[in-house]
Design a protein around this ligand. Structure first.
Ligand code: IMP
Length: 447
């Protein structure tokens, strides 16, 4: 059985969706037990992209924001108590998956999870527009949602949502929030919300459960459980680049209490791109404001899956990788998009300089950090020609056989430059690289 947790090690967008989808497929091949994909934090600010290979050989791009990445592999999906649950998006994604892939597996929603409403999005947008201290949020309502959760009286749980007293509960909450909302909602607002949500509530009601008990049953029954993180370590509300972070607890160990699962049987894997990217405001110590950064951004299609904003690109930052490994208690690491930086002389950051010291540590404030690069350069060549991720389908046809031959050969078949990178990275970080992704599709990770 597989007990796995996948988290992001940078600023999100590391390729977690692909790795989770692959792990689900591997689990299904290894045993005939049920497979669960479970989300434990964040909400529609995430955008998990999976390239699914259809029986015809074509690949389809599927992006989910609210539903876990189990829709593409017919796994049971579950939403835990600490998620910002956007029911409308969730239902649309489930419907899309039913249509595209014939999705038919089980759905399990914690009765405790809080519901994210349109007024959270409106408040998020308003605060971003009017504050002179911008966070660069995804405007999905995440900050206002978690504020309401912590406020207790303003949290609408899934139990409230699908229950008979939902209309009264919503009225009470809007009454408490009336000053906050006075300039952004009209008198009919509550009726509009009710009209939108009544049919959704009806459809989702049957999925309500006491998730912690159902997951423990699944664990005891040796079913496969894959826990899915969203965003990345540097966006954690406590341990990220405060204040330019998201509002949830996204580090791996937060998953266990909110899902009622034990940590020890789980393997925790971090995912990091061969180069970091950051969308939104805030410093990135190894920002590559040069040809490496510009070319990588364009050729690799580094555009946010949720907001369509450009992602800034940086040089590999091993100081950050070690920090993410520490605070997530990682057992191993997946390196993604190694193909996107082939044929480049890549430098890696191994020390941060701040307060007149050079240390391999991440401070609270990143804006004063100067990256110190090792003198060694890494260069690897996988195949001739460019990997243009903005045209994945065309590239797929051309490169699929080459990628497959690397996957078939395993780590030992990779070019020496990439193996050197792997070896030095592992020595620096102290944990193994367990997989290297060399293509966007589901069967393109070397293990
Ligand atoms: P929020 O989570 O929408 O409030 O945004 C807070 C910060 O986190 C902003 O810099 C966002 O761009 C960033 N962020 C939130 N979710 C993601 C994600 O899934 N990928 C990348 N950045 C994200």
């Amino acid at each position: 059985m597989s007990n796995i947790l996948i988290v992001g090690m940078q600023w999100g967008d590391e390729g977690k969706g692909k790795i989770i989808h692959e792990q689900a497929k591997i689990a299904k091949e290894e045993n005939n037990k049920k497979t669960w994909i479970v989300r434990y934090q964040g909400g529609p600010n995430a955008g998990h992209t999976v390239y699914v290979r259809m029986p015809t050989g074509e690949i389809i791009e599927f992006i989910s924001h609210s539903a876990p990445s189990g829709l593409t592999n017919n796994s049971d999906i579950a939403v835990g108590a600490h998620v910002a649950y956007d029911t409308e998006k969730f239902l649309n994604e489930v419907r899309d998956a039913r249509r595209l892939f014939g999705y038919s597996a089980g759905i399990h929603i914690s009765e405790r999870v809080g519901i994210l409403f349109d007024y959270h999005r409106k408040l998020d947008a308003l605060e971003e527009a009017t504050s002179n201290k911008k966070i660069g949020t995804t405007k999905s309502g995440i900050g206002p949602f978690y504020r309401d959760n912590a406020n207790r009286r303003t949290r609408i749980t899934f139990n409230d949502y699908v229950g008979d007293n939902f209309h009264d509960k919503l009225k009470d909450v809007l009454e408490i929030k009336k000053n906050e909302l006075k300039d952004i909602i009209n008198p009919d607002y509550i009726d509009e919300l009710i009209a939108l949500h009544d049919p959704i509530r009806k459809e989702l009601k049957e999925y309500k459960c006491r998730l912690e008990y159902r997951l423990r049953d699944a664990f005891d029954n040796k079913e496969n459980i894959i826990i899915e993180g969203a965003q990345g370590a540097m966006l954690d509300v406590d341990m990220g680049s405060i204040p330019l972070v998201t509002s949830s607890h996204l580090l791996s160990l937060h998953a266990f209490p909110s899902l009622g699962l034990p940590r020890n049987p789980f393997k925790i894997y971090g995912v990091q791109k061969a180069y970091p990217t950051r969308v939104g405001e805030g410093s990135m110590p190894t920002l590559a404001d040069d040809e490496f950064g510009n070319k990588t951004q364009i050729n690799s299609g580094e555009i946010g899956a949720t907001t369509g904003r450009d992602r800034r690109v940086g040089y590999p930052d091993w100081v950050l990788a070690k920090y993410a490994t520490l605070i997530n208690d990682l057992d191993g690491i997946y390196l993604t998009r190694a193909d996107c930086v082939q044929d480049k002389d890549i430098k890696v950051c191994t020390l941060y300089e701040f307060d007149n010291k050079q240390v391999p540590e991440v401070p609270l404030k990143l804006d004063k950090v100067k990256p110190i690069y090792d003198s060694k350069r890494y260069n690897w060549h996988l195949w001739d020609g460019l990997t243009d991720l903005s045209k994945p389908m065309e590239v797929d046809k051309l490169l699929r056989p080459i990628r497959k031959s690397y996957v078939d050969k395993g780590f030992n078949g990779l070019p020496k430059g990439l193996l050197d990178y792997k070896k030095d990275f592992e020595a620096y970080v102290g944990k193994p690289i367990v997989g290297i992704s060399i293509g966007p599709a589901e069967d393109e990770t070397v293990r």
